[in-house]
Design a protein around this ligand. Structure first.
Ligand code: PMP
Length: 330
């Protein structure tokens, strides 16, 4: 449907689904990707950004001309900067310095004040999340978006993403799966879809280095290995994850996801970030478990142009010992 909006906040969401050829053909299922990279800030995190802003306005915490402070792997910051900026708010973004140069450049270009901190564990007071909370407390007129534990994040997916999936597929949905950063997407879409039909299977795709697969399978938060995927990989039960209706969990390695990332580019013309491919790899595993003929939805989180210097760069891949796209050589 063609739309006219008074501001970009009105353009968040209502993203289309696309059937993914390779994963669908291999499994005999219809595997659909929800094109969240088409949001105005370019990622699934625009939804959380908008709902967090609206919630803070509603509670009176965020006043006209106020400041939004957040710790983020980048995409939430971009969402807050563009949507918040269009609504007249300043944004201060705290990010681990290990995130891609493209996201840092984008945040500066979008007018956010960028604070880079070393990548440390969550237990360290210098962690980007704790740093952002302190900065918010110290800044007059500032609110802390707190995407990990602010459940306005998952409410965005309960109230917008899940109803969109249900409507687009006219209620014929068998499964949903994605990875967790804050957990807002998997918990929110899961809760929202189960309101329509509790029989829908909700899956978690957990990258190496995250602790949720072991939490789900053995009740213990234990992480093994690592992943170069940005924006996902959680080691604690955030408020957004608490009560997530997860029926099944799969571990997905970078080595499983990278060939899918390249295949989505070659066969479907979808140039994506690695978290999207981890989601699609998880969707294939869920499809095999549910059997042929099922309809499974996952999230295409952000665009590959955000990672041209990393997972789309042959030299970078070679230096990490990771496989190159089939059509590229160095
Ligand atoms: N993929 C990317 C690229 C992201 O930036 C994020 C958010 N950190 C996610 C996936 C995960 O989304 P959520 O925070 O809703 O779990």
């Amino acid at each position: 449907m063609l739309r006219v909006s008074n501001d970009i906040a009105g353009l968040v969401g209502s993203t289309p689904l696309v059937r993914l050829k390779g994963p669908s053909d291999r499994t005999g299922c219809d595997i659909f990707g929800k094109c969240e990279f088409l949001n105005p800030g370019g990622s699934v995190k625009d939804r959380a950004a908008l709902w967090i802003i609206r919630d803070a306005e509603g509670s009176g915490a965020l006043k006209p001309g106020g400041t939004i402070v957040e710790g983020t792997a980048g995409n939430t910051g971009i969402g807050l900067a563009v949507i918040g900026g269009s609504l007249g708010y300043k944004t201060v973004i705290v990010m681990p310095e290990t995130q891609s140069q493209e996201k840092k450049d984008a945040l500066r270009a979008l007018g956010a004040e960028l604070v880079l901190v070393p990548a440390t564990s969550y237990a360290n007071p210098g962690h980007y999340v704790h740093t952002s909370r302190r900065l918010a407390e110290e800044t007059p007129g500032a609110v802390w978006a707190n995407q990990f534990d602010n459940i306005a994040n998952r409410l965005a997916h309960i109230k917008s993403t899940a109803p969109e999936i249900w409507a687009a597929l006219e209620g014929k949905v068998d499964g949903f799966i994605c990875a967790a950063g804050t957990g807002g997407t998997v918990a929110g879409v899961g809760l929202g879809l189960k309101e329509y039909d509790p029989a829908i299977t909700v899956g978690l795709a957990d990258p190496d280095g995250a602790a949720l697969f072991s939490w789900f399978t053995s009740g213990e938060l234990k992480a093994e290995g690592n992943s170069v995927a940005e924006g996902i990989g959680q080691s604690r039960i955030t408020a957004n994850l608490d009560g997530a209706p997860i029926d099944v969990a799969f571990r997905v390695s970078d080595l499983e996801a990278l060939p899918i990332l390249y295949e989505l580019m070659e066969k479907d013309g979808l140039h994506l970030g690695l978290s999207s491919a981890i989601n699609v790899a998880g969707a294939e595993k869920l499809a095999r478990q549910l059997g042929p003929g099922k309809r499974i939805v996952t999230i295409l989180c952000d665009n590959g142009s955000r990672y041209l210097s990393t997972i789309w760069n042959p030299e970078w891949l070679a230096a990490k010992g990771l496989p190159l796209p089939g059509w590229r050589e160095i």
